[in-house]
Design a protein around this ligand. Structure first.
Ligand code: RIB
Length: 310
């Protein structure tokens, strides 16, 4: 099974500090580093690290950052041959502050804004060769609209990670097979309704997956109602890219024909493991690391612990 990502690539500038500064405040940082990122690229790398066949669709600039991002993805085994390299347009960038085990991110879209509907149309045959198509919200809305409609028409599995959050077209939401916001994104999408998961999740059974940081991940399954899989206990260094790892690993689970809940458990473990190192992609686990934990904590063995309403 092949998985396609139509999404963003960024060079992340990561600043570590004791905490995230408040509005108007200046604080000292302890270090700065540049690492490959972008939600699209992160999800592609998460999947490749777990052994999946992944093809990346997106744009970078013809600059040092763009070249590094492509080289990095190719090294992990992601197929990069359809990435557009644009003249005169800079590669996307993200400015990330990491402090107190949390982060804030500002993105400058650059070339990601040029992942146009036209580009997607030109690549539609290649996109449709994949069985699972993954999207985020760091590329233009009309491209997402086009890709979701195209893939829905061809009965593809569509995983839509609506990050960063914005109001979603209900028609597209219907067409997506899975929608994977975090709690904050759910609040932007559904407003007050998102405060009460017990009401929100049952509205989208087997579709809506809400990632909840250290609380884990929740879904309303058709058979068992709301299930929350708790995050695994690890020493957290940096949560950047944890959501991307979960999305990527979930798709890998689906591509391996795991049942939805099994795929989510697999993904929840992968995301938990990913936060032990700094940087979005560095901590993403390989398949043996995930399977090792999966063996000792499979759903069937700890069902009562793992399943808690809300
Ligand atoms: O999800 C983490 C990612 O968000 C970072 O790598 C950054 O580039 C932004 O896209």
């Amino acid at each position: 099974m092949e998985i396609a990502v139509v999404g963003s690539m960024n060079m992340d500038m990561i600043i570590h500090a004791d905490r995230i500064p408040l509005k108007g405040e200046t604080i000292p940082g302890s270090s700065i580093e540049y690492q490959p990122g972008g939600k699209g690229a992160n999800q592609a790398v998460a999947m490749a690290k777990l052994g999946a066949r992944v093809i990346m669709f997106g744009c970078v600039g013809n600059d040092t950052a763009g070249k590094k991002l492509i080289k990095n993805m190719a090294q992990y085994g992601v197929n990069t041959e359809h990435i557009n390299i644009l003249e005169e347009i800079p590669t996307g960038q993200a400015f990330i502050t990491v402090g107190e085990k949390d982060n804030t991110i500002i993105i400058i879209a650059g070339a990601n804004n040029y992942v146009s509907k036209e580009y997607a149309k030109n690549n539609h045959r290649e996109i449709l060769k994949a069985d699972i198509i993954v999207l985020q919200n760091e590329i233009p809305e009309e491209t997402i609209d086009y890709v979701i409609r195209l893939c829905h028409k061809h009965n593809k599995t569509i995983v839509w990670n609506p990050a960063p959050a914005r109001k979603l077209n209900p028609e597209l939401l219907e067409m997506a097979t899975y929608l994977t916001p975090n709690e904050h994104e759910a609040q932007v999408i559904w407003g007050e309704e998102a405060a009460d998961m017990a009401n929100l999740l049952p509205r989208y059974p087997g579709k809506l997956i809400i990632t909840r940081g250290e609380k884990g991940v929740s879904i309303n399954t058709n058979e068992k109602g709301i299930i929350t899989l708790p995050a695994i206990k690890v020493e957290v260094k940096d949560t950047t890219g944890a959501g991307d790892t979960l999305n990527g690993a979930f798709c890998v689970g689906l591509s391996k024909k795991m049942q939805e809940l099994q795929a989510l458990e697999f993904a929840n473990i992968a995301a938990g493991l990913s936060v032990q190192k700094c940087g979005a992609q560095i901590g993403m686990p390989d398949i043996t690391e995930v399977e090792k934990i999966l063996l000792t904590s499979s759903l069937s063995k700890q069902e009562t612990q793992a399943i808690a309403s809300n």
